[in-house]
Design a protein around this ligand. Structure first.
Ligand code: MN3
Length: 243
């Protein structure tokens, strides 16, 4: 970010006690590399906690690799570029230019937030995290709103499958009503920023999430994803959100 660069620039110059025009070339080179690295790493693609093939057969290694290393990376790259432009527009007092960038921020920032949540939401079907936890706060909340685990799966699935075009299905927590519920949102709209609801579980139903494995049959992908949900993470989010 330019702001951060400026501070570092000043700090580095004071360390070497030279004006920028007199910076020794080696120092200038390393500081330029440092600034560039900082700028490039404002937001980074998060590592996955499992291998690309770990979610098979529900999601193939090919889908995971493309989804994570290409699609999510693109949101991160474009988010960083958007943040640079917003920073530049704001620092020159360009209100109109700043407003014009809000759509790109919502889309790319939402894409980064949503996918980061999504990867954490998934776990290999062989892991203990993928079993729905009995007797804890999640089961209590699910039963209170949906009646049973099966009814929750049915309602969240129906809601998610019905997304028109591209979007996400969510299991949510409302800090005011203190209850869980389900909602679907279009595009990359980030749940909390657009609704105030806390995300417990998000299901990506953009075609890039399932087309290689399920072609156009979105319901089969949504049916399979319940085998690889990391319920430990969902319950942890519920506990955090309800504090
Ligand atoms: Mn996606």
């Amino acid at each position: 970010m330019p702001g951060r660069k400026l501070i570092l620039d000043k700090a580095l110059r004071s360390v070497v006690n030279l004006s920028s025009s007199k910076l020794p070339s080696e120092v200038a080179k390393s500081s330029a590399a440092l600034f560039s690295a900082l700028s490039d790493t404002s937001f980074v693609l998060p590592d996955l906690q499992y291998d690309y093939n770990a979610l098979e057969p529900a999601i193939s290694a090919e889908t995971m690799e493309i989804h994570h290393s290409k699609h999510h990376q693109t949101y991160v790259t474009n988010l960083n570029a958007t943040m640079e432009k917003i920073d530049s527009a704001m620092s020159s007092g360009n209100v109109s230019g700043t407003i014009a960038l809000q759509g790109a921020l919502k889309f790319n920032g939402g894409g980064h937030i949503n996918h980061t949540l999504f990867w954490e939401n998934l776990a290999p079907s062989s892991s203990s995290s993928s079993s729905f936890p009995k007797g804890g706060p999640l089961e209590t909340a699910v039963n209170a709103r949906f009646g049973s685990y099966e009814s929750m799966v049915a309602e969240v699935s129906a809601n998610t499958i019905a997304v028109q075009g591209s979007g996400w299905g969510w299991l949510t927590y409302d800090t005011k009503s203190k209850g869980i519920d389900t909602i679907a949102l279009p595009n990359q709209d980030p749940l909390e920023a657009t609704t105030g609801l806390k995300p417990l579980l998000g299901i990506d139903v953009w075609e890039h999430a399932y087309y290689v494995d399920y072609r156009n049959v979105r319901p089969n992908y949504v049916k399979a994803i319940w085998d690889i949900i990391n319920w430990e993470v969902v319950e942890k989010r519920l506990v955090e959100a309800s504090k």
